[in-house]
Design a protein around this ligand. Structure first.
Ligand code: AMP
Ligand code: GLY
Length: 412
């Protein structure tokens, strides 16, 4: 069995680590991969959909798993299916639930999914007129993909007006800002729930806490994720019931009513307030760094559950009754200006956690930094404290120039 994994983050490293001991898999390819995947299989420097399709045909790939959103939104699944290539993920039309916040908000509203009140705007002046009547803070979202930067929480009218101008007139994120979603600000804590879809049903994984801000105590700018913990310690059974009843169930009904029977992952970005669990967004893929802790606790064989979903079979997900913590080590300055190309030292000296590389590449026999999020350290334990001590013990041993990580991941 040959597998192709699209993506190059620690998420894709975690998928690869989970699959590596499966004896049915003879070879794994990664496009474009990183220092971890370089050791587990072959990195392929191809990123166009046509190039990946041709590669999958030529190498007779049996299964393709897609990590990031961009190829899904660009239609990689449609293209692969046209050529009878097996691929796990939503078609372009379904990926719009992530690719267009206007579409996903309308989907949520149509199907009575519990979400923040919002209005969609196509015209600059109506957006401006609307915010002039609102209370602050208010949340302004570019509808299209903007690399995680298209959401601004405006504290006052001046910030709201300038954000609308930047998104719609200056087009700082290009076409992503043609439409805006302006929504009510919800105060609470966030939780991520990722579910497998087999075309007719959704099978949710354990809830995960993701640390989005760059600095300790959730200070500083938003990032792609500085760490994660599973199961989320704040998310109670009552929050889970609220999620299942008011978000999961109507989402499935909505998918059925749109005749969407996709096989892939669906990620629910949740905000839990005093009034319960709200859906902020869908991602039509696995999350990063959520995947790192989910894979650490997932008992099922990943290849089997994916194949079962592709065949439309029901699955029963099982998770170890332990805690998992993922600490992301970055290049200093991330998510803004960074410098890369520095050797990562002492990787062979760590013993408590698993290293999953992201922005790191092999250069000869050295591993060097090549991106903002350099690597994830993942450990499990009976308690959060135990798992947390393991990742920090190893973070103290690994060194490279300008290393940076948060000090408070998994500490409660
Ligand atoms: P989104 O891409 O829609 O999930 O938004 C990115 C981030 O912005 C979320 O993870 C939240 O931290 C924040 N956010 C989005 N919508 C809201 C909201 N309605 N209220 C408060 N924070 C929000
Ligand atoms: N951790 C959030 C995401 O993957 O989008």
């Amino acid at each position: 069995m040959k597998i192709l994994i699209v993506g190059n983050g620690a998420r894709e490293s975690a998928i690869a680590m989970k699959l590596k001991s499966d004896r049915r898999i003879s070879k794994m390819y990664f496009a474009k991969g990183n220092a971890t995947t370089d050791l587990l299989g072959q990195n392929v420097y191809e990123d166009s959909i046509e190039g990946l399709r041709d590669f999958a045909i030529k190498e007779r790939i049996d299964l393709t798993i897609v990590g990031p959103e961009a190829p899904l939104v660009a239609g990689i699944v449609d293209e692969f299916k046209k050529h009878n290539l097996k691929i796990f993920g939503p078609r372009k039309r379904t990926a719009e639930l992530e690719g267009s916040k206007a579409f996903s908000k309308k989907f949520m509203q149509t199907h009575n999914i519990k979400t923040a009140k919002a209005v969609v705007f196509d015209a600059y002046q109506s957006a401006i007129n609307y915010v002039r009547e609102q209370q602050f803070p208010i949340v302004i979202k570019a509808s299209g993909l903007a690399g995680g930067k298209g959401v601004v929480i405006a504290d006052d009218l001046a910030e709201a007006e300038s954000t609308i101008h930047k998104f719609m007139i200056e087009r700082i994120y290009g076409d992503a800002g043609i439409q805006l979603v302006i929504e009510e600000y919800l105060r609470g804590f966030e939780t991520s729930i990722i579910a497998f879809s087999n075309g007719t049903k959704l099978f949710p994984c354990i809830p995960v806490k993701d640390y989005k801000k760059a600095g300790n105590g959730d200070m500083g700018p938003n990032t792609g994720g500085m760490g994660s913990v599973a199961p989320s310690p704040e998310f109670t059974e009552e929050h889970q019931r609220d999620f299942e009843e008011n978000i999961l169930k109507p989402t499935l009904e909505g998918l059925h009513s749109y005749k969407i029977n996709f096989k892939g992952f669906i990620f629910f970005g949740l905000m839990v307030t005093g009034n319960g669990t709200y859906l902020l967004e869908y991602n039509m893929r696995l999350g990063d760094p959520e995947t790192q802790v989910i894979m650490a606790l997932l008992e099922n064989n990943l290849y089997d559950v994916i194949m079962d979903c592709l065949e439309g079979n029901d699955i029963e997900l099982k998770f170890r009754d332990e805690k998992a913590v993922c600490l992301v080590m970055c290049s200093g300055g991330y998510p803004r200006q960074i410098e890369t190309g520095f050797e990562i030292r002492n990787i062979d000296k760590i013993s408590h956690s698993e290293v999953l590389f992201a922005g790191a590449q092999m250069r000869g026999n050295k591993t060097v930094t090549s991106g903002g999020r350099v690597l994830s350290l993942v450990a499990t334990g009976e308690t959060y404290d135990e798992a947390c001590k393991k990742v920090y013990a190893d973070a103290n041993i690994i060194h490279y120039d300008y290393e940076y990580y948060r000090e408070d991941i998994g500490k409660f």
